[in-house]
Design a binder for this molecule. Sequence first.
Ligand code: SF4
Ligand code: SF4
Length: 294
Amino acid sequence: MLFDDMRTLLARARNIAIIGAKDKPGSPVDHVGRYLLNAGFNIQPVHPVRRQAWGIPTVRSITELPERGFEPDIICLFRAPQYCEAHARETLTLPRLPMIFWMQEGIRSPEAGMLMAAAGVKVVEDRCLQTVHAALFDDVTETFSCTRCGKCCEGRGGIVVGPADLPRLCAHFGLPAEEVLARYAENIGGKPTLKCGEDGFCLFFRAGKGCAIHPARPAVCRAWPFFRGNLVDGLSFAMAKEDCPGIRHEATHAAFAREGFRYLNDYKLRAKDILHEGRALIVEESELPPEARS
Ligand code: SF4
Ligand code: SF4
């Protein structure tokens, strides 16, 4: 498959079911699972015995996914080749087929591949999803490059913890959602929001070091400075440029808005739910300056 096609598919995918999921430290599946959570995907671990992985309750088999209301865009397999055909047959029973049937590095199954390809599902064999994703999505910022000054980690009230952020934080701390929220969040404007210390900085900001929970930080932290206001309004963009030294001086508003909108899409950061997610992440292409639209 061409790299451009794969980039498009991975940008469109949101939900990944990982078969053979376990969060045993040091295991390849743990590494990949944490990376994919960090990259903004919704992950559903599948394991016949384990009850949870990364703080997310497992299902025992793919056939339980419809009950869980989870429609996978990608089935990612960490299973020996002889089991892949059976997983392909299970996949064919899903009400909506995934876009990609992905067999991780070292796993090949022509039988599974033929079944999936005949059903119109893209098949990847013997490739690491993390490696491919990282290679395809490392070119995001011509108008911005973070200097890690930490200015954006100051200010109470803006660090909303959305529903998609919680599993990542739970996995990071090894705690259930209620405990994470009780320890580290407060309710502001009806939304859980990370607490700040007396210095006005986020609890997790460490002077000179940056974010202590970087892989698990909420979507709003990942998205800044590509916030709605800065994408749709030239004046907000000019003010953000003064506040955030990472925005390139020569960047035009149109280029910044175009790149920012693509970044939010690629990293699944755009939100829709105004009641539970950060308002700063809710933006439509039609709101961008005309030169920034595709
Ligand atoms: S203010 Fe800008 S440059 Fe500084 S840490 Fe935040 S995003 Fe990076
Ligand atoms: S979670 Fe990390 S990136 Fe976000 S505000 Fe806190 S210290 Fe900054």
